[in-house]
Design a protein around this ligand. Structure first.
Ligand code: PMP
Length: 374
């Protein structure tokens, strides 16, 4: 008989976080993983040197205040040092913010589909979760989110570009939203894919934060900086919020190697920017090719594209796996990372073949009118 334990009931309400799968080995094919929005370009030599250097002295705890890195961020983003905190990826900071804001029964509002960590950590805190569906074109529905505010609202998550669907928030719509947020409610703008945004009128979180100090920005070194394995991200927030977060993050969580790697990467800003620009250009081509095949592909502003395949998502994931390609099936659709070029070529070929399996009139197709808010 399986033993039973005193485990929290709240855990039953949400699934565990399931990471993207490694690509399946298929004889004769090189396997490619396009499932976790990781960086395909090789690490920068300066970053590898920084990690090696930090690795030579493992005896001591890292600087838990991240003094040198935060000094650099403070200079680059033109904010005082006490507006920053580091986390073991922005994942830790998402959790830390929920721990700092939500008591039992408090409400957290977030879009859905969006990053899976939002339901997981708010569920763990026993907060009431209000999931606001995206619009028909897979954008955050800010008016609907604003309509959900109540006396118990403590926290709002916004994700721009939205993982997994891709669209970016516009400056004017975010400004309008911020005007409606009740006093004291913290709004988290998760900017994990910020470096890939190319639309000119995208929301500028730093600018809006000057007027709305309840806006918290989350950034990560996992995507454009290619440091997902090092686990490092940061928040930019009002010092009162930062002070609260210092109590809910793990002391000494962010390793010295992660801090040194992030600093080295910031100092290679030109190379990072050039790579991100090349990726964004390739993303736009791929999104267009998929639309030319007939797929409905929403605005893509991250390092990924979204195919809203609905009940065909599992079949497409399996079809890709049979061809040594790992993509991410998230039930509503399939997310594909703009990764290594041969993998992308194979993906486009498979998407072309799979198109024939989707019946006319299905919402995954571009020429079908989808009901709901446009
Ligand atoms: N936010 C979003 C929207 C993400 O997609 C991810 C990673 N998939 C994260 C946060 C967390 O990234 P990390 O913890 O590696 O910084």
């Amino acid at each position: 008989d399986a033993p039973t334990f005193f485990l929290r009931k709240a855990l039953d309400a949400f699934p565990p976080y399931l990471p993207g799968k490694p690509a399946r080995e298929v004889p004769g094919l090189t396997a490619y993983k396009l499932a976790s929005n990781e960086q395909a370009a090789p690490p920068l030599p300066e970053v590898l040197d920084a990690i090696a250097e930090a690795g030579r002295e493992p005896r001591f705890y890292p600087d838990t205040f991240g003094t040198v890195l935060i000094g650099e961020l403070s200079r680059l983003l033109d904010r005082p040092r006490d507006w920053f905190i580091l986390g073991t990826g922005s994942s830790e900071l998402i959790n830390a913010i929920v721990q700092a804001t939500c008591d039992d029964g408090d409400e957290a509002i977030y879009p859905w589909p969006s990053f899976e960590m939002y339901p997981q950590v708010t569920g763990m805190a026993a907060a009431r979760r209000l999931e606001i569906p995206l619009t028909a074109d897979a954008r955050l529905d800010l008016p609907a989110m604003a309509a959900a505010f109540s006396e118990r609202t403590r926290l709002v998550f916004l994700c721009s570009p939205n993982n997994p669907t891709g669209p970016a928030l516009r400056h004017a719509e975010l400004e309008e939203f911020m005007r409606q947020v009740p006093a004291g409610v913290i709004v988290v703008l998760d900017e994990a894919y910020l470096e890939y945004v190319t639309v000119p009128d995208a929301a500028d979180g730093l600018e809006l934060q000057r007027r709305w100090p309840n806006l918290v920005l989350l950034r990560t070194f996992s995507k454009a900086h290619g440091l997902a394995g090092m686990r490092i991200g940061y928040a930019v927030a009002h010092p009162r919020v930062i002070e609260a977060l210092t109590k809910t993050v793990m002391p000494f969580g962010v390793s010295a190697a992660a801090q040194m790697a992030a600093l080295a990467s910031l100092r290679c800003a030109d190379a990072v920017r050039t790579r991100a620009a090349a990726l964004s250009a390739r993303r736009d081509q791929i999104a267009q090719e998929l639309r030319d095949l007939g797929y409905r592909v929403p605005e893509a502003q991250g390092n990924f594209v979204w195919l809203p395949l609905a009940e065909h998502s599992g079949a497409f994931e399996d079809y890709c796996a049979d061809h040594a390609l790992s993509v991410r099936n998230l039930d509503d659709g399939v997310r594909v990372t703009i990764g290594e070029e041969p993998g992308l070529q194979r993906f486009l070929g498979l998407a072309r073949e799979f198109r024939g399996r989707i019946p006319e009139g299905h919402p995954a197709l571009a020429d079908v009118v989808v009901p709901g808010r446009a």
